[in-house]
Ligand binder design. Structure first.
Ligand SMILES: NC(=O)C1=CN([C@@H]2O[C@H](COP(=O)(O)OP(=O)(O)OC[C@H]3O[C@@H](n4cnc5c(N)ncnc54)[C@H](O)[C@@H]3O)[C@@H](O)[C@H]2O)C=CC1
Ligand SMILES: CC(C)CC(=O)C(=O)O
Ligand SMILES: [Mg+2]
Length: 359
């Protein structure tokens, strides 16, 4: 039975980086007889332009019937004048929510070849390997009420609401503890429990769930301190678990420790590890169409897909080793380039990974 992958390239650099990931995955598909089939669909601004909605029903149906989804990125200045409800980003939030992808894994690993590209000193950052577990279908990006209203005094007010139920916190807690058990057994829950009641609940549920995982050392940290600690001494962390918006922000910080936001992949999983895989960055309108975007985050997202959804650890490791080999050969896209390296385009980097895979 073939396994179907829905491919949603999206906007901006999305199509450029997804093309490289598909190049790599197609090779492995044939070489290792993985039985994968691909089907493309529109999401985000591209879908809005074609159908007037950022998440067409046909795209949603395809994703629901697929075994996994590969996504590039959505959004861009072209769609910013639109009402929020039809903006590209709502298509992304919609698909995450419709597919119940509550557990977003964002590993931040510094490849040794990129130590000089990190914003931190080598002694602070070399060997960095942390996992951010971000709750993805709740919190302030989804809470109601939302919107801009005119108050009784005639003034406009903007409203977003951060809501978490106990069950939402409990399920992301279990995801994070299970991941920590397979790593160094250290979990740091990041919240703002000193100010926000919703995260006071977050902290108490984390502590309660922690009793079921006595082998994992649980700590708590306020998000402002966590942002600071990530750039002061990031190797103190093993696994971080946090809410939707805090995880969004902290993972962009963590990305720069690895040299570039173009290096960080992600897996967004439901309760059965059916998932959507995407780089953590956006559609990078400032460099779109120039063929200079770094495709490694998307290629590494495909490795996560093979590991988490298709249970093909050997195929995943082959991709990760090939990325290592490509970096050993000194090829660098502009975002991770330094003196003495060989500057390559988006497809040049994809080719380097492909050639490494071919051995
Ligand atoms: N998952 C998604 O689809 C996301 C979508 N967005 C959307 O993307 C659009 C642009 O957002 P920004 O805030 O500019 O964030 P962004 O992540 O798209 O770009 C931030 C900076 O990082 C650079 N960058 C990003 N990916 C790169 C790559 N692979 N290689 C080299 N450089 C890269 C960009 O050139 C830019 O200078 C917005 O519409 C935003 O809403 C933002 C984040 C995630
Ligand atoms: C639409 C945004 C929530 C996307 C984003 O910034 C992310 O998921 O990292
Ligand atoms: Mg983000």
């Amino acid at each position: 039975m073939p396994k179907k992958i829905a491919v949603l390239a999206g906007d901006g650099i999305g199509p450029e980086i997804v093309a490289e990931a598909i190049k790599v995955l197609s090779f492995l598909n044939t070489n290792m007889n993985l039985g994968l089939v691909f089907e493309n669909a529109l999401i985000g601004g591209a879908a809005y332009d074609a159908f007037g909605t950022p998440l067409p029903q046909t795209t949603l149906n395809l994703c629901k019937n697929a075994d996994a989804v590969l996504l590039g990125a959505v959004g861009g200045p072209k769609w910013e004048p639109l009402a929020h409800a039809v903006r590209p980003e709502r298509g992304l939030l919609g698909i995450r929510s419709e597919l119940n992808l509550f557990s977003n894994l964002r590993p931040a690993i510094l490849y040794p070849q990129l130590v000089d590209a990190s914003t931190l000193k080598p002694e602070v950052v070399s060997g960095l390997d942390i996992m951010i577990v971000r709750e993805l279908t709740g919190g302030i990006y989804f809470g109601q009420p939302r919107g801009v209203h005119v108050a009784e005094n005639g003034e406009k007010v903007g409203i977003n609401t951060k809501i978490y139920s106990e069950s939402e916190i409990r399920r992301i807690a279990h995801s994070a503890f299970k991941i920590a058990q397979k790593r160094h057994k250290k979990l740091c829950s990041v919240d703002k429990a000193n100010v926000l009641e919703v995260t006071e609940l977050w902290r108490s549920v984390m502590t309660e769930v922690g009793k079921e995982y006595p082998d994992v050392q649980l700590s708590h940290m306020y998000v402002d301190n966590a942002a600071m600690q990530l750039v002061r001494a990031p190797k103190q962390f093993d696994v971080i678990v946090t809410s939707n918006m805090f995880g969004d922000i902290l993972s962009d910080i963590a990305a720069m420790l690895t040299g570039s936001i173009g290096m960080l992949p992600s897996a967004s999983l439901d309760a059965n590890a059916k998932g959507m895989y995407e780089p953590i960055h956006g559609s990078a309108p400032d460099i779109a169409g120039q063929g200079i975007a770094n495709p490694l985050a998307t290629i590494l997202s495909v490795a996560m897909m093979l590991r988490y959804t298709f249970n093909q650890p050997e195929a995943a490791e082959r991709i990760e080793r090939a990325v290592n080999t490509a970096l050993d050969s000194k090829v660098r896209t502009a975002d991770i380039y330094s003196e003495g390296m060989i500057k390559v385009s988006t497809s040049g980097m994809g080719d380097a990974v492909l050639n490494a895979l071919k051995g």
